[in-house]
Design a protein around this ligand. Structure first.
Ligand SMILES: [Ca+2]
Length: 391
């Protein structure tokens, strides 16, 4: 029977669809990002559980999770909860699944644009960040903000101490890494027959705006997909703050563009052992910090940071003393200084009185790079500051 539609029917349909159509223009589904190819071992978990784990504003809902993974998941959520501030819950779907040769697949559940007069026009924001900036729910409150599929066939290490065997993958590390993608460390660049484009509707994500060439030309200014693909194949691509061209690091841009991998990680060179967002993790390795350059990107896209950002060390570089300052309500601070080989050099308990700062003697340290671990006595704040000691 031929379908007949009366004119009244058509008008009603338009009225009903119009608001949805308008909303759809400012919301799109996120693309999956794939991380680190890996050998699978068909290791079945002892027990599979579906749990909801909440730490502050971070909530993970697990599906088919090995029960022994839950402590590491909780620990990673605690880390993130201490890292950023937001008024709206960040819900993460965490599914153990078949992901082929990839360790994990991750996506922000959706991207939103034009949700606030305080953000630039037509720039896509991952939903978790958009809700943080808007200060309210922008999706259905039951919807996830981040979706992660973890490879169910991997020999995972479930501890939180990083002591995984040489044939194990450290779950804590991979979770921390994947959530970072979900928070917005993710490029929307994709391969098309014409070349590489940033988005199918000629609008960029907030992360894409940070990508630039070695001579400081923003990639989003390249209009030709073929030109962009050729440029990316040269590998000379950096991520920087939009307002600060002096802070930038090389990002991963292999000769052949790889959707969901290229541009969404730091370059794979000897320096990436210092960063969470490297493109590959070898079995037996771990990294449990949201490092300086990764933090720099999170801050650049709009995540302001918690109390730990209020801890400052100055001067740096230093040769005599370093002053450490922190908010008075944190009271006591445990300070440890490690050298670049990870050896503990100095350990001190500091009081924030009487001048709301403490002075650390560093005149006896050899010149070089050190890492200052600062932790409040109540464990609320944990920060690592790279310090340089000069002659
Ligand atoms: Ca929400």
């Amino acid at each position: 029977m031929p379908l007949r539609v009366s004119s009244i029917g058509v008008i009603l349909l338009l009225i009903i669809l119009l608001p949805q159509w308008t909303a759809a223009q400012n919301s799109r589904v996120g693309e999956w990002i794939s991380c680190s190819k890996v050998q699978t071992v068909n290791r079945k978990p002892s027990t599979a559980v579906s749990e909801e784990i909440t730490v502050g504003n971070f909530r993970a809902v697990t599906l088919y999770s090995p029960a022994e993974a839950l402590p590491a998941i909780k620990s990673v959520l605690s880390k993130w909860n201490a890292q950023v501030t937001t008024n709206t819950p960040i819900k993460i779907s965490l599914e153990w699944a078949e992901t082929g040769n990839f360790m994990a697949l991750t996506r922000p559940s959706s991207f939103i644009r034009n949700f606030s007069t305080n953000t630039p026009n037509n720039i896509w924001y991952p939903i978790a960040l958009a809700e943080k900036l808007a200060g309210k729910e922008l999706n259905n409150p039951d919807d996830f903000e981040i979706e992660i599929k973890l490879n169910a066939g991997i020999n995972w290490y479930f501890g939180i101490d990083g002591k995984c065997d040489s044939n194990q993958i450290d779950l804590y590390t991979i979770l921390l890494h994947e959530i970072t993608h979900g928070m917005g460390f993710i490029s929307s660049a994709e391969q098309t027959p014409e070349g590489v484009i940033f988005s199918t509707d000629e609008s960029f994500s907030v992360f894409d705006r940070l990508l630039m060439t070695g001579d400081h030309t923003r990639l989003i200014n390249y209009e030709s997909p073929q030109l962009l693909e050729d440029l990316l194949s040269e590998g000379d691509i950096f991520i920087s703050n939009t307002s600060d061209n002096d802070s930038y690091w090389k990002c991963y841009s292999p000769i052949t563009f790889s959707s969901g991998v290229s541009l969404s990680h730091w370059d794979h060179d000897e320096n990436t052992s210092n960063t969470l967002m490297r493109p590959f993790f070898d079995p037996g390795t771990y990294f449990h910090e949201i490092d300086e350059r990764t933090n720099h990107v999170l801050k650049s896209i709009g995540w302001d940071q918690t109390e730990s950002s209020l801890i400052t060390a100055f001067p740096n570089p230093a040769n005599d003393v370093i002053n450490l300052k922190w908010p008075p309500y944190l009271d006591k601070i445990d300070l440890k200084i490690y050298n670049s080989q990870g050896l503990l050099i100095l350990s001190q308990k500091l009081n924030n009185t009487p001048h709301e700062k403490a002075t650390v003697q560093v005149s006896l340290l050899d010149q070089g790079m050190y890492f200052m671990h600062v932790q409040s006595a109540d464990f609320r704040v944990n920060k690592i500051i790279k310090i340089i000691i000069t002659d």
